[in-house]
Design a protein around this ligand. Structure first.
Ligand code: 5GP
Ligand code: MN
Length: 328
């Protein structure tokens, strides 16, 4: 089936549904939050139906400038017995990224999966997966196909999704289409300088200091080709850090000239290790797949069910072997 037919099938599922829920991935970022709210607003304004936007983990306060942000519900607070007519996930690479939201998604009468991760296996009844595009771009195309009015509030949600997913219009997904859509959103009233400020220049002071400290602790291996830093629970308590404080650190490590692969390992509350990997030119998907993770070619992640020190060693060796470096 071509993409336009998939878009129309989604439209008819929304028209049929009496109850709708939209999922973001665990510890959501701007990409999944902006997409989720844009879809919620369109369902409410163009279809006249209610849609519950849900998150899993911690919702970063930085995105509170977005319309309808205060209506986000923790999936924990949804009645686990409730059967929705329609469940839609946005930017959720794998079903386990909905963690405790999974049973609610699974129970829904019809499941849709809108995503851009090439590792997505298509776990929905309807899968709209476009690996080279931002989810914001996919949604904008869908709304256009449905002849929706993209008002300023919807436009701001899509813009945030685009801005954060492209790293401020810098990564490979900064396509002509992304710029064209961004231009339409600006025409609709979005102010790029305002969105940049509220999105990137509103960090709490302790977050900036925490990030500087974690960057300072970076260890460079193999002539600086590999940069690794870690976050322990005690680092977190020292700075009174919340889960979202680690966002953006690994991208700073990648700014070093020689760095090919940058890594951040974070000790989780359960004593496991959450890993974020970034690369300049090497495809890191094979590395994260070995540890049960996923993502994109140059930005991927996984959770290793081992203590930080063990995960660190295993992952570093795997990266060194991928780069054909000496294992040290
Ligand atoms: P981050 O490092 O910012 O958490 O994630 C980078 C990319 O990899 C994102 O697109 C994210 O969805 C994906 N990703 C991160 N962790 C996991 C994981 O454990 N499993 C899967 N399938 N994808 C992940
Ligand atoms: Mn995301």
């Amino acid at each position: 089936m071509n993409q336009e037919n998939l878009y129309l099938q989604l439209k008819s599922e929304i028209e049929k549904a009496q109850s709708i829920i939209i999922f973001s991935h665990v510890n959501p970022d701007g990409d999944t939050i902006g997409s989720n709210l844009a879809l919620k607003l369109i369902i409410e304004r163009q279809f006249g139906k209610k849609a519950d936007s849900v998150f899993i983990g911690k919702l970063p306060g930085v995105y509170s400038y977005l319309p309808a942000f205060e209506q986000f519900i923790d999936a924990k607070n949804i009645n686990p017995e409730k059967v929705y007519d329609l469940a839609i996930s946005v930017d959720v690479a794998a079903q386990d990224r909905m963690v405790y939201g999974c049973p609610i998604y699974d129970k829904a009468k019809f499941k849709v999966n809108i995503d851009h991760h090439q590792t997505n296996i298509g776990y929905g009844d309807l899968n709209i997966i476009e690996p080279t595009a931002c989810v914001g771009v996919i949604l904008h195309k869908i709304f256009k196909e449905w002849n929706c009015n993209i008002d300023i509030e919807v436009a701001r949600c899509i813009y945030t999704s685009l801005l954060t997913d492209t790293g401020g219009f810098r990564y490979e997904n900064t396509t002509p289409e992304a710029f064209m859509i961004a231009s339409e959103l600006v025409e609709a009233g979005v102010s790029p300088s305002h969105e940049f400020r509220v999105c990137y220049e509103t960090k709490p002071q302790n977050m900036v200091q925490f990030q500087a400290y974690i960057v300072f602790n970076t260890i460079f291996y193999n002539n600086g080709k590999i940069a690794v830093t870690k976050i322990t629970r005690s680092d977190m308590s020292r700075f009174n850090a919340t889960e979202d404080f680690s966002e953006g650190i690994v991208e700073v490590l990648r700014t070093c000239k020689n760095v090919e692969i940058a890594v951040i390992l974070k000790e989780t509350l359960e004593g496991y290790t959450k890993v974020s990997l970034r690369s300049k030119t090497v495809d890191i998907i094979p590395i994260v797949l070995e540890f049960g993770g996923g993502g994109h070619k140059f930005a991927a992640g996984c959770t290793i069910k081992k203590p930080l020190a063990i995960a660190y060693e295993k992952l570093l060796q795997r990266i060194q072997s991928e780069l054909k470096c000496e294992i040290i």
